[in-house]
Design a protein around this ligand. Structure first.
Ligand SMILES: N[C@@H](CCC(=O)N[C@@H](CS)C(=O)NCC(=O)O)C(=O)O
Length: 215
């Protein structure tokens, strides 16, 4: 049976696994859950992930949740495909470190902005927005120095680090849809901007755009 990726549109965690599967070129089936129908809280889904979160990867009778663990599994399960954690011990450690930095620092740095803008339709408190924007700006600046080239860990092909960071950045940029004058885009410096363009030029990139973003 092909792998099954239980996916929800717009989830950065599910998106990274989708990108990872595409980069590996392994066959998989995408099973879309509906957040509004609360599919992820139904008993059949909770049997796969008792936390009721996506993504989940199913490989026959094995179900795995937690996107970072899924990427590690894919490398070990399909050793003959493009590696998500390539290189020697040091390089692999740096990729893992970047995955953690993206999840623990980059993503959370715009949580406050996200929560503020989605808690109501506005008008929003300018001081709160400015404070949260500054928090994000400080983090995004850090990535100008952190990023390798052409891909995040200095590799020639994208790795787990790239697939983790990209969806977080895309989600942050999406905040401008909510508040067009937010000016997130100008915060993206030249290094991050060039990296973003390389990610978006990947042959499988367009296919993985969250379906509801295309509408
Ligand atoms: N640490 C988890 C995070 C997964 C996660 O938070 N998924 C969100 C979507 S972005 C979710 O399913 N939320 C639904 C809920 O918590 O009810 C991972 O890396 O897979």
């Amino acid at each position: 049976m092909a792998l099954v990726l239980h996916y929800g549109s717009g989830s950065p965690f599910a998106w990274r696994v989708w990108l990872a599967l595409e980069s590996k070129g392994v066959p998989y089936e995408l099973r879309m859950i509906s957040f509004s129908d609360r599919d992820h809280k139904k008993p059949e889904f909770l049997a796969l992930n008792p936390r009721g979160k996506i993504p989940v990867l199913q490989d026959d009778d094995f179900a795995l949740y937690e996107s970072a663990a899924i990427m590690e599994y894919l490398d070990e399960r399909f050793p003959a495909t493009v590696a998500l954690f390539p290189g020697d011990a040091r390089q692999r450690a740096c990729i893992r470190r970047l995955v953690l930095e993206a999840d623990h620092y980059f993503g959370p740095s715009f949580d406050g902005l996200w929560d503020t803008l989605f808690a109501s339709k506005g008008p929003w408190d300018d001081d709160v927005v400015a404070r949260e924007l500054e928090r994000f700006a400080n983090e995004i600046v850090r990535w100008e120095a952190l990023l390798g080239a052409p891909f995040a860990a200095g590799t020639d092909a994208p790795t787990a680090a790239d697939f983790t960071l990209y969806p977080h950045l895309a989600l942050a940029l999406r905040l401008e849809k909510r508040k067009p004058d937010l000016a997130i885009r100008p915060l993206v410096g030249p290094v991050l901007g060039a990296w973003q363009a390389r990610m978006e030029a990947l042959p499988y990139f367009a296919k993985t755009l969250p379906p509801h973003w295309k509408a």
